[in-house]
Ligand binder design. Structure first.
Ligand SMILES: Cc1cc2nc3c(=O)[nH]c(=O)nc-3n(C[C@H](O)[C@H](O)[C@H](O)COP(=O)(O)OP(=O)(O)OC[C@H]3O[C@@H](n4cnc5c(N)ncnc54)[C@H](O)[C@@H]3O)c2cc1C
Length: 373
């Protein structure tokens, strides 16, 4: 059987891609080493922030807006709440590049934001404790996606649209050519086109076809704290991003009584994605506890922590491109800890690349040629 497209990795990006391809009438096979949604990659832990006034650069805004539209469509099709409009508060000192980018993204694209002084923010959200010189910028339209439910919704729709999904089947190697051959531990499959959305495993997988991409798997930690729901519960408290001189932290209000959740975005150890991650330990707890004691001092004790994998590029921008060596192979990887919110739009864009050779989205920021030097 010759498939139109094989998608390797049916996680955040791959499952959405499989859906948009199948919906367009393509004969698509998705293969995953586990059974998504699962806890082995980058997509577990209940929640992901979606922001539109983008601290990582205004170039992301149209893509984020398209992703937001597609999440609403997915919610309507799946008949499930996937997005919670909690708002997101961005916090940093006056020199924070992240805050500057949030403001300039909002100005350029006419997005609503509400700047508050530290005192005003603490009055609005009494769970916060901020130094006087901190700036805050609240984006009311931003919020939280229920990450596993989003992937499950795409999975059901993709299967209903006729996509084939092989789970618990790890791809071992790829042989490119006019027909692409994909070897797994269970068999060999052939297709006209290939899309690699293998997250933290993308680098090792592409190596099997002698292609090198600068994507590094990194261990990350996140944790939940007991929360006074009147201060930190959704809908009273927003999701948040802090850019501090000492680190970048983000988190979520207590949703469904789960507790105040937070994680650290910067840093983290480089890991082998095939080995179990070192479990959440006391050192991880102390770092998050210090942050929370300083800026959200009315929270309770640590409930539990978890680990997860980021797939980092050197400039922390994504890779979404054809491989220069192979006209029928696309890769979407290196989502560098901020990719989930885009996964709906990434899926649509990859399907467009496969079908038309180009996307309606401007993907120039994500091309591979930027690493050519
Ligand atoms: C703790 C944490 C917090 C985050 N917070 C946010 C946030 O608030 N907002 C946001 O936008 N983003 C956030 N992110 C980032 C976001 O979750 C990731 O960018 C996104 O999930 C990456 O999607 P992916 O499809 O590349 O990887 P994944 O979702 O991990 O999918 C990759 C899939 O490929 C499969 N695979 C790999 N190798 C093979 C193989 N050889 N054969 C078959 N299958 C294979 C894996 O099993 C997996 O299912 C966060 C990430 C983490 C870890």
């Amino acid at each position: 059987m010759l498939y139109d497209v094989i998608v390797i990795g049916a996680g955040s990006m791959g499952m959405a891609t499989g859906y948009y391809l199948a919906k367009s009438g393509k004969n698509v096979l998705m293969i995953d080493a586990f059974n998504p949604p699962h806890e082995q990659g980058s997509h577990h832990g209940e929640t992901r922030i979606i922001r539109f006034a983008y601290g990582e650069g205004a170039g992301y805004v149209p893509f984020a807006k398209r992703a937001g539209e597609l999440w609403k469509e997915l919610e309507a099709q799946a008949k499930k709440q996937l997005f919670l409009q909690t708002g997101v508060i961005n916090i940093g000192d006056a020199s924070s590049l992240f805050i500057k980018n949030v403001v300039s993204s909002a100005e350029f694209y006419n997005l609503p934001i509400e700047p508050y002084s530290a005192a005003e923010a603490m009055e609005k959200w009494p769970g916060l404790a901020l130094p006087d010189h901190f700036l805050t910028c609240f984006e009311p339209d931003a919020g939280v996606l229920r990450v596993e439910a989003c992937i499950e919704a795409y999975k059901q729709l993709a299967l209903a649209a006729g996509a084939v999904l092989h789970t618990n089947e790890k791809v071992q190697s790829i042989t490119a050519g006019d027909t692409v051959f994909v070897q797994t531990e269970k068999g060999e499959y052939a297709s006209k086109q290939l899309i690699v959305t293998a997250g933290a495993w993308a680098t090792e997988l592409l190596k099997t076809m002698d292609v090198s991409i600068p994507v590094t798997p990194t261990r990350k930690t996140f944790a939940w704290f007991e929360a006074d729901e009147s201060l930190y519960g959704e809908p009273q408290f927003p999701a948040y991003c802090f850019e501090l001189n000492s680190g970048i932290y983000y988190g979520f209000p207590s949703i469904d009584g789960a507790g105040l959740k937070m994680g650290r975005h910067d840093g983290g150890d480089v890991v082998n994605p095939n080995e179990p991650l070192h479990p959440f330990d006391d050192k991880d707890a102390v770092d998050l506890q210090n942050f929370v004691s300083q800026f959200m001092p009315k929270q309770g004790d640590l409930k539990f922590g978890k680990t997860c994998k980021y797939a980092m590029t050197p400039d922390e921008h994504f890779i979404i491109d054809f491989l220069p060596e192979h006209h029928n192979v696309m890769v979407a990887a290196g989502f560098s800890g901020h990719g989930f919110k885009f996964s709906s739009a990434v899926g649509e864009a990859l399907a467009e690349l496969a079908i038309y050779g180009e996307s309606k989205q401007d993907l120039a920021l994500f091309n591979l040629s930027r690493f050519a030097e």
